[in-house]
Design a protein around this ligand. Structure first.
Ligand code: NAP
Length: 406
């Protein structure tokens, strides 16, 4: 690869594929593009002069193609393509977080075995080069915690909910009309997308490959106007927060709507922006913020991967130390809910506020088990830190005492 000229196949010519192509032409690299694989032959394309095909086998048969840029929306087909390309020793750039979160361990093995490189910065947090930051900037430090807003669609909807005081359905519809949410939004609003990204970061920062089925993700789709009102009354916001912590070699991971106060950097992240706080032993806390998606921001990171294929390679250096870290879904957390009593059998402790509304302490593993119940009954679940819990309880007791005095 190092002395060879790059001959490239681009698979997918949608939002990100066209963004990547923009940088390819802007940097006079388009002559290296041998073929563009798409699904629907009858769609009109700009430019229409590229070598479009619907037959991906042309990529495997053409031995001159040594680089594959995979940017399709079908994760199962993406896995087939990436796997075959790596098995042929081709280098691959991808942005498909769902496919990568499900198959990363196997793909890393194929990279090692057949010698093609595999880079995927575009899969996590849009324009923030967080995989590079973890691998290079933190190469001589130990990361203890990563928390962040990793899904722009959910953050856009939450921003509208707080700023315009509208309901969830209306905010989702507005996000769809503004192009920030897809017609089928479940991957974003149910927290899957943020989970996939969290799992990719977990592999790099903590050397652990955890499958999506084993981890907790609760989205913003069950939040009610009353939850927003409760947050506002207590000077808080709700953000969809991905949290990964390594404490004494015990790793906890969750994607949850979470109360944040104004001292928290995440409180101030608005609309489609993503943000990540990395905490490490020597550096302390650092905060990164940027556009989480879109044609040109994502196309740019994909093109940067493409340009760096010659010299860059993920080291996965934490896999050795990751063997000492145990994934711990039995960790307890505090959550707020409008119907906390529905989770009664899972709770270790409960503090009721009003009727079924209140706080509960329970294991992350139990929240994973309770997912179906939560969705059937549209139960709102919002995580809170111990400090926030103490503040909220104090506020509540103060208010109760005041109304009792009246
Ligand atoms: N959009 C973003 O901002 C963003 C950000 C980060 C990561 N990503 C990831 O980037 C990837 C592409 O996303 P996108 O937003 O660009 O999607 P998109 O706009 O829906 O475009 C998808 C492209 O994939 C092609 N395609 C779908 N199934 C195919 C198949 N089986 N074989 C060949 N081509 C197929 C489509 O072909 P036709 O044109 O013929 O329909 C289309 O060109 C996804 O993995 C996504 O998760 C997207």
């Amino acid at each position: 690869m190092s002395t060879q000229t790059k001959i490239t196949a681009l698979i997918g010519f949608g939002t990100v594929g066209q963004g990547f192509y923009h940088y390819l032409t802007a940097n006079n690299e388009d002559k290296k593009l041998a073929t563009v694989v798409i699904k629907n032959a009858s769609k009109s394309r700009i430019p229409d002069t590229l070598n479009f095909t619907t037959d991906v086998s042309e990529v495997y048969q053409n031995k001159e193609i040594n680089t594959v840029v995979e940017l399709i929306s079908d994760d199962k087909e993406a896995f087939n393509i990436v796997k075959k390309a790596l098995q042929q020793g081709k280098s691959v750039v991808s942005a498909n977080k769902k496919m990568i979160a499900h198959h990363l361990e196997e793909l890393v093995e194929l990279e090692k075995q057949f010698g093609g490189k595999f880079l995927y910065e575009g899969a996590v947090a849009g324009s923030i080069p967080i995989i590079k930051i973890i691998n290079e900037h933190y190469a001589f430090d130990e990361i203890t915690e990563i928390r962040g807003i990793l899904n722009g669609t959910s953050n856009y909807i939450l921003t509208q909910l707080f700023d315009k005081e509208i309901g969830y359905d209306e905010a989702l519809q507005q996000a769809q009309e503004a192009g920030f949410a897809e017609a089928e939004p479940s991957a974003d609003v149910e927290g899957y997308d943020a989970l996939y990204k969290s799992l990719i970061l977990t592999a790099h920062a903590f050397g652990k490959f955890i499958l999506p089925e084993k981890a907790l993700h609760i989205g913003i789709n069950n939040l009610k106007k009353s939850d927003l009102a409760f947050a506002k009354a207590n000077h808080l916001k709700i953000k969809l927060v991905a949290s990964i912590k390594n404490h004494n070699h015990k790793l906890t991971l969750s994607v949850l709507p979470t109360f944040v106060d104004e001292n928290d950097n995440l409180f101030h992240v608005k609309n489609e922006y993503n943000a990540i706080e990395v905490v490490s032993n020597n550096i302390g806390s650092q905060f990164y913020k940027g556009k989480g998606a879109g044609k040109l921001p994502t196309g740019h990171v994909v093109f940067t991967d493409y340009k760096s294929l010659k010299e860059a390679k993920y080291t996965y250096r934490n896999i050795a130390s990751g063997k000492r870290i145990k994934y711990e879904p039995n960790q307890n957390i505090w959550v707020y809910s409008d119907k906390i009593t529905l989770l009664e059998k899972y709770l270790e402790e409960v503090v009721l506020i009003n009727g079924s509304q209140g706080y509960g302490r329970l294991k992350i593993a139990y929240l994973i088990k309770a997912k179906e119940l939560i969705n059937i009954h549209h139960v709102s679940i919002i995580a809170l830190s111990l400090a926030d819990f103490a503040d909220l309880r104090r506020n509540y007791l103060r208010k109760s005492a005041k109304s009792a005095r009246k």
